[in-house]
Design a protein around this ligand. Structure first.
Ligand code: ADP
Length: 171
C-alpha cells in the first residue's frame, strides 16, 4: 500500500488540453470534459481567440461562462489561447489533446487536424472521444440558431448559458 502511494505521488500529472471555440459551451462539451476528467488529472479547456470566426460571445465572455458553469469542478481549468495549439499544449506540460466526435462529418476534419498536429509534434497525442447519444446532434451553432429564433434550448445548455443567449438576442 505504502509502495503504491509512493508510486502515485511520484507519477507526473496527466494533463490534457481540450481546445475549441465554445461559442457558447453546451452540455455536449461538458460531457466530454467530465469524461476527460476520469482519465486525466487536469483538463485545460483552451478557448480559441479565433478572430476570423464570427463569434456571438467575446472570448472573455466564453471563458467566464465556462468558469461559472464548471464552478469548482476539480481538475478543470479554463484559458484563452491563440497561435499554434501544439505550442500551447507543450507549454502547459500536457501530452494529450482531447476532441469530440459527433457524426461521421466530424471525422474528416478531426482526422486532418490530428495528423497535422502529430506531424508538428510526436510528443502529443490526440484523443477523439465519441459523443454521448443525447448530444450527438448538438453543436454551439445549432443552439445559437434555435435561440436566435426564440426556440427552446433547455436541456442543450446550462441555464446560465441560456440566460446569456437571451441577453444577446435582447430578451
Ligand atoms: P471548434 O470550433 O474548434 O470545432 P467547438 O467549440 O465547436 O470548437 O468544439 C470543440 C470540440 O468539442 C470539438 O472537438 C467538437 O467536435 C467537440 N464537440 C462539440 N459539441 C460536441 C458534442 N455535442 N458531443 C461531442 N463533442 C462535441
Amino acid at each position: 500500500m505504502q509502495r503504491l502511494n509512493l508510486l502515485r505521488t511520484s507519477m507526473p500529472k496527466r494533463i490534457a488540453v481540450y481546445p475549441g471555440s465554445f461559442d457558447p459551451i453546451t452540455f455536449g462539451h461538458l460531457d466530454i470534459i467530465n469524461r476527460g476528467l476520469r482519465i486525466f488529472d487536469e483538463v485545460i479547456i483552451a478557448v480559441a481567440e479565433n478572430p476570423t470566426k464570427n463569434a456571438l460571445f467575446t472570448v472573455e465572455e466564453r471563458v467566464e461562462l465556462i468558469r461559472e458553469v464548471l464552478e469548482d469542478n476539480f481538475g478543470a481549468t479554463v484559458e484563452i489561447f491563440g497561435g499554434l495549439l501544439i505550442d500551447f499544449v507543450l507549454a502547459r506540460g500536457a501530452t494529450v489533446i482531447i476532441r469530440g466526435l459527433r457524426a461521421v462529418t466530424d471525422f474528416e476534419f478531426e482526422f486532418q487536424i490530428a495528423q497535422m498536429n502529430r506531424a508538428i509534434s510526436q510528443d502529443v497525442e490526440t484523443l477523439l472521444m465519441m459523443t454521448s447519444v443525447p448530444f450527438s446532434y448538438l453543436s454551439s451553432s445549432i443552439v445559437k440558431e434555435v435561440s436566435s429564433l426564440n426556440g427552446p434550448v433547455n436541456g442543450l445548455v446550462p441555464p446560465l448559458v441560456k440566460k446569456s443567449l437571451d441577453g444577446k438576442f435582447n430578451r
